[in-house]
Design a protein around this ligand. Structure first.
Ligand SMILES: [Zn+2]
Length: 314
């Protein structure tokens, strides 16, 4: 499992198994306003700017091209073939299991396993909670093949620009230290962004591994903070601050926020013209299906997103 598909297997998938019926309504409902793109040689989506007025034409083209990957824009345009007349775009959070800085498995770089895929789901659910706390409700999930996409379609967010999206994504993953009044740094409020930040902080601390390196977090500071895990889990920030010294504590807050910045691909969230892997298509690098998720709580990629050619091999 999770091996790269051969050209023959890709062909088999699109021949025997592919159906555009698995593309969710929120894409088929405005299909003519989206840009579609294909990766035909395994080197990225270079075949771009396609428009389809009907689902059956899209299906026909996908089955004929048998692409390494298929994509559709998160944006709606008047003219998708030129990406002109931008009307709105879904707000996306992209959590890729292989890029999660806090995964606790032993996967080699670029690889994924059931454990880190599970952790990717935990992260997308945590992010989703934070987005819902902000009042956003129209949220859909997609299993990307190697992680999860959250697609938010609340109207005000659909029409927002990159600056607002950037603020929102940094908020929901706690990528910045909360700004508190001088001298109050150690006192973190139990609501709003302070809560978002402290909840992620606890998650981060609880996922740090003794013998793993983390970008920007030196070993000594990491071991120091790991010693105070229990106190942090209990919210005793003042005590921790005193014990590891205020200046190091302040530094730690920044380092942890920086780590959290890597929980999702923020470039995807900010980009209002992004193309995103099309649910129903194959992620050939791991031989799994990218698919819309009905119930994320119970979703298990290994029972739902495995193409037939993989089942037949085992
Ligand atoms: Zn893993």
């Amino acid at each position: 499992m999770l091996q790269m598909a051969t050209k023959d297997e890709i062909r088999q998938f699109y021949h025997e198994e592919y159906t555009a019926k698995e593309i969710p309504d929120y894409i088929t409902g405005n299909i003519h306003r989206r840009e579609f793109a294909f990766d035909r040689i395994g080197k990225g989506p270079r075949d771009r700017y396609h428009q389809f007025n009907q689902l059956k034409y899209l299906e026909r083209v996908i089955k004929a091209k048998m692409p390494y990957a298929a994509y559709s824009s998160v944006a709606l345009y008047d003219n998708p073939t030129k990406r002109e007349g931008w009307e709105s775009a879904e707000f996306i959070v992209d959590v890729d299991a292989k890029d999660n800085p806090l995964r606790t498995c032993n996967c080699k770089e670029g690889m994924v396993c059931p454990h880190c895929l599970y952790e990717a789901k935990e992260i997308i659910l945590h992010i989703s909670d934070n987005l819902q706390e902000m009042g956003f409700k129209d949220i859909h999930y997609v299993y990307s093949g190697r992680g999860y996409h959250l697609r938010c379609q609340d109207k005000e967010l659909m029409h927002s620009d990159s600056n607002i999206r950037s603020e929102i994504v940094n908020y929901i993953i706690a990528a910045q230290v909360p700004e508190l009044e001088e001298g109050l740094q150690h006192f973190i409020l139990p609501f709003g962004y302070s809560k978002v930040y402290t909840d992620w902080f606890k998650y981060t601390i609880n996922h740090l591994q003794k013998d793993k390196l983390y970008p920007g977090l030196n070993r000594k500071l990491k071991l120091d903070v790991m010693k105070h895990k229990e106190q942090i889990n209990q919210g005793q920030w003042g005590i921790v601050r005193g014990q590891i010294r205020p200046t190091r504590y302040d530094k730690l807050l920044v380092k942890i926020a920086n780590l959290q910045q890597g929980l999702c691909d923020t470039k995807v969230s900010v980009d209002t013209k992004r193309i995103l892997r099309l649910p129903s298509s194959l992620h050939y690098k791991v031989s799994m299906k990218c698919m819309a998720i009905k119930n994320i709580e119970t979703f298990d990629p290994f029972s739902k997103a495995v193409p037939r050619f993989v089942d037949e091999k085992e």
